[in-house]
Ligand binder design. Structure first.
Ligand code: IPD
Length: 308
């Protein structure tokens, strides 16, 4: 996408067009992490949103208000914010070409409620509908994951690199020919999340998807309670693939840049290009692995973020 004349001018002066935005996002993610760490051990007021498993606390609101109000102060010309709790209260979730901040104040709220220490703050930034950078702070381990388009992905300054596990076609004993249908996921460690729906039909498909991967010989399937951090583990090469139905654009935006910059692939569960608003994703270290996962999955329909 063509930069505006203001962006071009900044680039000529040796400053990346979104450097200041990135630095502010990092500072805010660190500040938010301090608040979340402190609140983790305290009493919480918990409410539900779309289901009994979709939780929100006063800390989610407090952190979101802090991040959005600081961003408005620092960048008065930015008027587009997609933030989890504002969306839950009815704000529209639309990605336009204008600079847009995409914020999950606490990813892993259910973990947070239970004091399970896998929680993160996620801040993504898109311009012309293209993701420019992502900042994710694993609050309890004080790990800061960052990715900037064209500039690599890092965790606390260490460059990230995805795994190169591809899956492999099975050679059948009888024909000794690789069969497409029997491609297996041998050696793959796969991550997923349950999503908020708990009706019997959804759970049946969710469990059957997991079963299919295990039948395809995946080493394991893990559910850690935070989509963003699972995606950061993928970016770090600590797992080979991730898939989910029912996550939102604020779970995915920052992590997508981090995975791409770590050399990974982020696609739709149909096998086509990623649609940030479609509430579904497959991510992997290699295109082959992503395709194998996508082929194995049955769809769970969560609708679209921009339809709500
Ligand atoms: C949720 C968590 C959860 C996943 C959901 C997400 P939240 O985010 O990442 O693991 O299953 O789909 O929406 O509500 O804790 O920000």
């Amino acid at each position: 996408m063509k930069p505006s004349s203001e962006e071009e001018e900044e680039a000529v002066q040796g400053v990346g067009p979104w450097d200041e935005c990135f630095e502010v996002a990092v500072q805010l993610a660190l500040r938010a992490g301090q608040i979340i760490r402190k609140a983790l051990g305290e009493e919480k007021h918990v409410s539900t949103k779309t289901s009994a498993a979709d939780l929100v606390t006063e800390t989610d609101h407090r952190v979101e208000d802090l991040i959005v109000s600081e961003l408005r102060k620092r960048f008065p010309s930015h008027s587009r914010f997609i933030a989890e709790e504002a969306t839950a209260s009815g704000a529209k979730c639309v990605l336009t070409p204008s600079p847009t901040w995409i914020i999950d104040p606490i990813d892993g709220t259910c973990n947070f409620v239970h004091r399970f220490p896998t929680v993160a703050v996620s801040i993504g930034f898109a311009v012309h509908q293209e993701l420019e950078f992502g900042v994710i702070h694993h609050c309890t381990e004080e790990r800061l994951y960052t990715g900037r388009r064209g500039q690599g992905a890092f965790c606390n300054g260490q460059r990230l690199q995805v795994s190169r596990e591809t899956g492999r076609p099975v050679v059948t004993a009888v024909s000794e020919r690789p069969t497409h249908l029997c491609s297996d996921l041998a050696k793959a460690l796969v991550l997923t999340e349950i999503g908020p729906k708990r009706d019997p039909d959804t759970l049946k498909v969710f469990l059957s998807n997991m079963e299919r991967l295990l039948h395809a010989k995946a080493h394991g399937v893990r559910v850690i309670g935070s989509s963003t951090l699972a995606l950061c583990y993928l970016a770090s090469g600590a797992a080979d693939a991730y898939y989910q139905f029912g996550l939102h654009c604020w779970d995915l935006a920052a992590a997508t840049v981090i995975i791409r910059e770590a050399g990974g692939i982020v696609i739709d569960t149909s096998g086509g290009p990623l649609d940030l608003m479609s509430c579904r994703v497959v991510a992997a270290g290699t295109r082959e692995m992503a395709a194998l996962i996508a082929q194995a999955l049955q769809t769970i329909n969560y609708g679209r973020d921009d339809d709500k």
